[in-house]
Design a protein around this ligand. Structure first.
Ligand SMILES: NC(=O)c1ccc[n+]([C@@H]2O[C@H](COP(=O)([O-])OP(=O)(O)OC[C@H]3O[C@@H](n4cnc5c(N)ncnc54)[C@H](OP(=O)(O)O)[C@@H]3O)[C@@H](O)[C@H]2O)c1
Length: 362
């Protein structure tokens, strides 16, 4: 493993949102990264981080208790005022609309790791999940060259795509995948702070439409599991069909997935492929969980409240693995923490992986 020679100075844009909170937690006492600048939006600029968090209810208060004084005393600045010449790396937890220009500004000189959708499907941009497809990083040089940037934007996937892609990758490698059909039951926090507006609508209810979500999952999975070729990604050639719903769960997205396989495999063989998945073997990156995929044998797991914090929210938990009579493959339930592995934790782990590969900080 290649640790950087000195701590890399890091700024976070969107530090006061749902994903931003998780980014702060992931960066507290980080052995490789030193958080030196925090940026927020209209409600935050000019305030101390501790003042803003104190306004943000129980979640802000709990986070504040875990921050060192020096970090809590940072003053929130505007995202377009980040001091790029004093930073080595930027994490962007911005809404997609704001992300496009603000991330481009940073990428002119620095690497940007993003949770926003702005660049995910750009042909010159890899859509990477650490532990799944960081070999796509070769495309970052294409992106930088095409756009005249010294840095790059490396976006992570939608928070629903992540559980799907993490579990499909070992199946694709071992058996081949011919189709994937899923229904999601997504947590409120996946909607960011706007989730507070959904509380009434979701009480005693399920919201059966999340605008734009199904298309994102269907497109992103193919790109992530595709192959880099001649400066672009050739998507994986199996169809993905998604139905995305929002349920009254605070954190953790649960998916019921049916997968068609290229070569027949029993549930035991599928479970063995997942249990063997150890993408950071010999490279104990600081944020990598001990278990990348945890398979539960109990018939009533995974469940969001019981399993979303596995591996500090970085472990993907699977269960209910059984044959699927329709596709002829298998079906299962998968749970991942949307705001940790699915957002900020995944972005920090991706940054560590890119440091280890010499793409960042060398
Ligand atoms: N929530 C999840 O589970 C999740 C998972 C994966 C990906 N994502 C993606 O991550 C990004 C952040 O999501 P979130 O859920 O954390 O959103 P959020 O809770 O709404 O937070 C948005 C953050 O961006 C800041 N902001 C808003 N408008 C801005 C602007 N025009 N310029 C600069 N800063 C601005 C806000 O600052 P103020 O506090 O000052 O308003 C806040 O810090 C989104 O692109 C989302 O799609 C989220």
């Amino acid at each position: 493993m290649t640790a950087p020679e000195r701590a890399l100075r890091v700024g976070v844009m969107g530090a006061t949102g749902v994903a931003g909170h998780q980014a702060l937690l992931a960066l507290v006492n980080h052995p490789w990264f030193e958080l030196t600048a925090v940026a927020g939006g209209r409600e935050s600029v000019g305030r101390l981080l501790r003042e803003r968090l104190a306004d943000q209810g129980a979640a802000g208060g709990a986070l504040l208790q875990r921050l060192p004084v020096a970090l809590a005393d940072l003053r929130l600045i505007a995202a377009d005022a980040l001091p790029l010449d004093e930073l080595d790396l930027v994490f962007s937890m911005l809404p997609t609309g704001a992300a496009r220009d603000l991330e481009a500004r940073c990428a002119q000189v620095l690497p940007v790791l993003s949770t926003a959708a702005a660049y995910r499907m750009e042909p010159d941009t890899p859509l990477m999940i650490p532990g799944v497809n960081v070999d796509h990083a070769e495309l970052l040089a294409t992106q930088s060259k095409a756009r005249g940037w010294k840095g790059f934007v490396a976006p992570g996937p939608n928070c629903t795509t992540i559980g799907l892609a993490v579990t499909l990758a070992p199946l694709q490698a071992a058996f081949g995948v011919t189709s994937a059909t899923l229904t999601s039951m997504q947590a409120l926090s996946g909607a960011g702070r706007a989730a507070t507006e959904l509380v009434d609508a979701i009480t005693d209810n399920i919201l059966v439409h999340i605008p734009g979500e199904e298309q994102k999952v269907e497109q992103e999975a193919g790109k992530i599991l595709g192959a880099p070729r001649k400066g672009a990604i050739v998507p994986a050639d199996f169809p993905v069909s998604a139905t995305c719903t929002r349920v009254a769960v605070s954190h953790g997205h649960t998916l019921c997935v049916s997968v068609g396989l290229g070569n027949p495999a029993t549930p035991d063989a599928v479970i063995a492929a997942w249990r063997a998945a150890d993408p950071f073997s010999g490279r104990p990156l600081p944020s990598a969980p001990q278990h990348w995929i945890e398979v539960r044998d109990e018939p009533d797991r995974p469940q969001p409240r019981l399993d979303r914090d596995a591996g500090g929210g970085m472990t993907t938990v699977v269960g209910r693995v059984r044959p699927d009579a329709v596709s002829g493959g298998i079906k299962y339930v998968v749970l991942s923490h949307n705001a940790v592995l699915g957002a900020a934790g995944g972005a920090v782990l991706l940054a560590e992986d890119l440091v280890d590969r010499g793409v960042i900080g060398s």
